[in-house]
Design a protein around this ligand. Structure first.
Ligand code: BTN
Length: 325
């Protein structure tokens, strides 16, 4: 998609954001294009997952009001909270924010969010459903000298930072399913995808991708194969902008502490929100199934699994964990 078209779509969304009717004629005048062209742009927005109705003689109306994330405001609020050295960027459309932050795009303390991802990625090669302006999709760039072997607990630390951010905004009761799922009453609210690049012997470039379901419509959600829910079902109502700011502030604090003290500093906090603790679980690892009961995590963030043969540490990576009932 060209930058110009991107700009037009952004402008169109801004005009429609109140969810009142807007006539095709008025929209065409605002964008200095034809009504037929507005119709074409609306078709594109629909393909990207934006839900609206179109009524003869009234025009177009969004099903829900929406607010796009504002990068400038984001930078301002973060600076007010002491994070003036962060760079914030918000794209309207991208393939995957993790992908965009790789290589040339990488910068330490960079927050890159997008309103839509055409190829959002989940763990273990899964797709991450990312309809337009409904949820939060963002990646954080963090450069570290920590040895790669000590990064096992990182996705847990990120999860805890998100829980803190939600708690600060009044959303309580959210839990974490080892190693990277953010859940509420057994349903997935979001997930974390961490990717590493750089020199294993020197500085590592860490890309921390987070996706959080906030107000996803039913049409887009049809593609999701597991139990999921939106944050706006929990309450109190919070904006995507507020949550993104709060999450980045908490994440920045957590990453600084993690670098200084490792996962040990987070172990107690993990216990408070550990959904697997005392639960029967099955671990799937390279076609092998391991059954046991969740017994917390060790000082590196490895899952402790109580099995018939004693307690076994399970390291994150290409493993998947399922609950047994
Ligand atoms: C999972 O639970 O499987 C992890 C989901 C991670 C999704 C986020 S959305 C922003 C970032 N960009 C991606 O392509 N993936 C992550």
């Amino acid at each position: 998609m060209t930058e110009h078209r991107d700009q037009q779509l952004r402008q169109l969304i801004s005009l429609l954001k109140d969810a009142d009717f807007h006539s095709g004629q008025k929209l065409a005048e605002e964008l200095s294009v034809s009504r037929a062209y507005i119709w074409k742009l609306m078709q594109q927005l629909e393909e990207l997952g934006l839900e609206f109705e179109s009524v003869t003689r009234k025009g177009y109306r969004l099903i829900k009001p929406l607010q796009l994330i504002d990068a400038e405001n984001l930078s301002k609020s973060m600076a007010q909270r002491g994070l003036s050295d962060w760079q914030c960027e918000v794209l309207l459309l991208t393939d995957s924010t993790n992908e965009q932050l790789k290589g040339e795009g990488f910068r330490h303390k960079k927050l890159l969010a997008a309103e839509y991802q055409s190829a959002g990625r989940g763990r273990r090669g899964r797709q991450w459903v990312s309809p337009l302006a409904s949820n939060l999709y963002w990646s954080t760039g963090w450069q570290t000298q920590m040895p790669v072997q000590q990064l096992g607990g990182l996705s847990l630390v990120v999860g805890l930072a998100i829980i803190n951010a939600l708690g600060n905004l009044g959303i309580k009761g959210v839990q974490l399913k080892w190693p990277n799922d953010i859940r509420y009453q057994g349903k997935k609210l979001g997930g974390i995808l961490i990717e590493l690049s750089g020199d294993v012997a020197g500085a590592l470039q860490v890309i921390i991708g987070v996706g959080l379901n906030m107000q996803m419509g039913a049409t887009a959600a049809k593609q999701i194969e597991q139990q999921w829910m939106n944050l706006n079902e929990i309450g109190p109502e919070i904006s995507r902008q507020q949550l993104l700011t709060e999450a980045t502030i908490e994440l920045s604090r957590a990453l600084e502490l993690f670098e200084l003290q490792g996962f040990e500093a987070f172990r107690d906090a993990w216990q408070e929100v550990d959904e697997c603790y005392g639960q029967k679980v099955t671990i799937l690892q390279q076609n092998q199934e391991l059954k046991g009961i969740g017994a917390g995590v060790d000082a590196t963030g490895a899952l402790l699994l109580q099995t018939g043969k004693g307690i076994m540490p399970i390291y994150a990576g290409e493993v998947s964990l399922r609950f047994r009932h």
